[in-house]
Write a protein of this length. Structure first.
Lengths: 285, 338
């Protein structure tokens, strides 16, 4: 374990972007978990006399058109982003693992049906369009939002898992496990999945960035979490009408979304480099 | 003595995808194993020898019912039991077959480097063999796994069990694979070239270990190899395969001292010994093995055989009993056709 810690440390020094990503993600996670203790003010507290204030020492990011503290709303908004992001990734990953494993392991007609018919059907629609349609039918709300975004998200994981399983099932230890009398489920869960999980982890980290962005998009379109709950996308939409007289209304949420997306992408890239032995050798680790 | 394993007329074919449009010949198929019959008595070691592609591994996979899904196996394979007189494996439901695998029939694989899951502790992998077949706690399975690893002479088995495969040497990994195979005390052990990937000293150790386990547990073994020297050390009887067919079968003594089939004779002549005259080139068998999608109707060895007569190319010769319990698929050398 210690040697892994050491090489992680080295990776961090070699890769300052990854370290920045980890720090930022940790920050957002802490914001999300401890929002009530960190936020200086109640994010829903309307204070009309001090509306549209520029950033100051009492309101670090200024106030919005209802006089709410933008900094506090950003902190509370990270709850929605992190919650929706991780739920979407978890649901898509689970679906992708199940469907991809079945298609890859059993092959044949099942694989052809899943791969060609189902996956291609889902891939032929832009994910955000599927999500908009889903929410339009089911109505807004966190649960529906997560389902809507997972609807377009699982296919990417399923394709990756299928391809990996297809290669892994031919490996000799899989046959050895079958020769021991292990059931298909056991072979998949205990022998194949642990051996293919690395690229899936990388995809999940990058998928987290995509999910946060998608959540912001949906909220921006008014299809996300209903107000007054603070969400970065909703804040962007609220600030739209004051783009010229109070640009900080748009600036700070936009910066926050950008930082969150960027940090997960950095982590994903660093994980890919770290988990791929070839690039580790190149980096001299 | 009743046979523990009785294989009758086992045939394994692989259909080949016909290249549509290019020719309208009927869909070709690969004939990997052709009418293979043999039996193994309890406690006996049968060596299955043959060159690459002669069907010996396919035959062993057919016994385990682990052939790839497109393969078609026909014939009968009986595995007998103390209580009742044998179940036919090829027609057994999948779930029952799975119950036999690893508990009654176990297999040792050729490549110790790749036959272990790289991300699982070796002790867990041995314990898995226990857990798959017996209800019991994990700790029980673990202690049985450690005991099995001790039986295959792994020093410091408790500590080694916590290692991952990459931490073990090739010989050590092969021992772990053997431990996985014997932990449930199978009746039949199929060893598919267990020493091919190892260097000679480790090979000797593994062979010694197998001999030891055999006398300790009364193991019945099907020992697959292309290495005649190795085979002569471990087996009681030898079955020689050529292009998917069994060409000769007999006691080790009969096969090595008085081979009857021309292929076996050629094979043994081609083995260099310490007394071989080094100034002369090594003996070879002229020609090549027939392609498996075009196995001749007659004797597969006909085109390379120095004893061939006209009927050889036309009909598949039957096995002829040359001397008691010594069979060869060649009517010519056995004097049936003069």
């Amino acid at each position: 374990m210690s040697s892994a810690a050491i090489s992680l440390g080295r990776t961090a020094r070699h890769n300052p972007l990854a370290s920045a990503g980890v720090v930022l993600v940790a920050m957002f996670a802490i914001f999300a978990l401890f929002a009530p203790w960190i936020a200086p003010q109640d994010p829903a507290n309307i204070d009309l006399p001090s509306r549209l204030q520029a950033p100051s020492s009492s309101h670090w990011c200024g106030t919005d058109e209802l006089g709410r503290d933008i900094f506090s709303r950003l902190i509370y908004g990270s709850r929605i982003s992190m919650l929706v992001g991780s739920c979407v990734v978890a649901v898509s990953l689970l679906l992708g693992l199940i469907v991809g494993s079945i298609a890859g392991y059993y092959g044949g007609g099942i694989d052809r049906f899943v791969n060609i018919v189902v996956m291609n059907a889902f891939l032929s629609f832009p994910g955000i369009l599927l999500a908009i349609a889903f929410v339009a039918f089911r109505g807004p709300g966190i649960f529906n939002l997560v389902l809507a975004l997972s609807l377009g998200g699982w296919v990417g994981y399923a394709r990756l898992v299928r391809a990996q399983v297809l290669a892994a099932r031919e490996r000799e230890f899989v046959e050895a496990a079958k020769a021991l009398g292990a059931s298909d489920l056991r072979v998949i869960v205990r022998h194949i999945l642990p051996n293919i999980i690395q690229p899936v982890i990388v995809q999940a980290a990058i998928g987290m960035a995509g999910a946060i962005l998608a959540e912001a998009t949906m909220s921006f379109l008014g299809l996300g979490v209903p107000p007054p709950t603070a969400s970065w996308g909703t804040m962007l939409n609220d600030g739209r009408s004051h783009l010229f007289d109070a640009p900080h209304l748009v600036l700070f949420p936009a910066l926050t979304v950008m930082l969150a997306v960027l940090s997960f992408n950095f982590i994903g890239d660093a994980l890919r480099d770290f988990l791929d032995p070839r690039s580790r050798i190149e980096a001299g680790l | 003595m009743a046979a523990l394993l009785d294989v009758r007329h086992l045939t394994v074919e692989f259909p080949r995808q016909g290249r549509a449009g290019t020719d309208n010949s009927p869909a070709q198929k690969l004939l990997a194993v052709r009418d293979l019959s043999f039996n193994i008595s309890a406690g006996e070691v049968l060596g299955l020898v043959g060159e690459s592609g002669s069907g010996k591994s396919v035959a062993s996979l057919a016994l385990m019912r682990l052939l790839p899904p497109q393969a078609r196996a026909s014939g009968e394979i009986f595995l007998s039991n103390e209580s009742h007189s044998g179940r036919e494996l090829l027609s057994l439901p999948d779930e029952e077959m799975r119950g036999l695998r690893g508990s009654r029939i176990a297999m040792i694989f050729q490549e110790p480097m790749t036959a272990l899951n790289p991300v699982m502790r070796v002790g867990d992998q041995v314990a898995e063999a226990v857990l798959v077949h017996a209800k019991g706690s994990k700790s029980e399975a673990w202690s049985r796994a450690v005991a099995a690893m001790r039986e295959v002479a792994i020093a410091d088995a408790e500590r080694r069990a916590r290692d991952f495969p990459y931490q073990l040497s090739g010989g050590m990994r092969q021992r772990v694979l053997i431990a996985m195979a014997i932990v449930n005390r199978p009746q039949l052990l199929i060893a598919d070239e267990p020493t091919t990937a190892l260097d000679v000293t480790i090979q000797a150790q593994i062979l010694e270990l197998l001999a030891e386990l055999r006398s300790k547990f009364g193991l019945t073994m099907l020992f697959i190899s292309h290495d005649l020297a190795v085979v002569s050390q471990v087996v009681d009887r030898v079955a020689v395969m050529y292009a998917g067919s069994l060409v000769e079968m007999g006691s080790k003594h009969a096969i090595f001292q008085s081979p009857a089939h021309p292929y076996t004779r050629g094979l043994l002549k081609a083995v260099p010994t310490l007394r071989t005259d080094r100034s002369r080139p090594l003996e070879t068998i002229e020609g090549t093995v027939p392609a498996l999608h075009a196995v001749p109707v007659g004797c597969p060895f006909e085109s390379r055989c120095g004893y061939r007569v006209v009927p050889c190319a036309q009909e598949f010769p039957p096995l002829v009993e040359v001397s008691p319990q010594h069979w060869a698929r060649c009517p010519v050398v056995n004097g049936v056709i003069a």
